[in-house]
Design a protein. Sequence first.
Length: 182
Amino acid sequence: MQQSELSQTDRELVRGCLENNRLVQRALYERFSTRLFTLIYRLTGDHEASNDILQDAFIEIFRSMAAFRFESSLYTWMRTITTRNAISYLNKNSRLQVVTDEIPDQPSESQYDFTAEHLEKAILSLPGQARSVFILIEVEGYRHREVADILNINEGTSKSQLNYAKKLLRQRLTKKADEQKV
């Protein structure tokens, strides 16, 4: 396994992990850990907790490798496990707010100058479930049906939480823009 880890296919990685090949397991970790950590951090906003969740997710990934059926990419499967671990952490460590009202998605009429840091802080300040839904749909590209399954909510709740998150972001970023004008 002296070849570059990037040249390994999903099947080779799965096979090596199933054989408990530590070099392949390390290659899998090195190949995907940064992306998975970023996802977890976006959900939790807590660096230390994100590291713990990542380690727990990889333990589960290695233990569950035999269940991987190649119905999706290996990364997608790993992302699902990791997301569920992060959501489980959030459920245990914070009260999630549920909003059931549908809020129309109204585009902002004016343009504002925001840095990525401003946007990230605004996203991390969202209430737990609204933040999770927003990140899973808008950042990670999940569909409402998938988010509903991951979070154990119905699809309508996923939609309302996304609208709620967008409304809060709009309010917070508008407030920030107004502060910049002064």
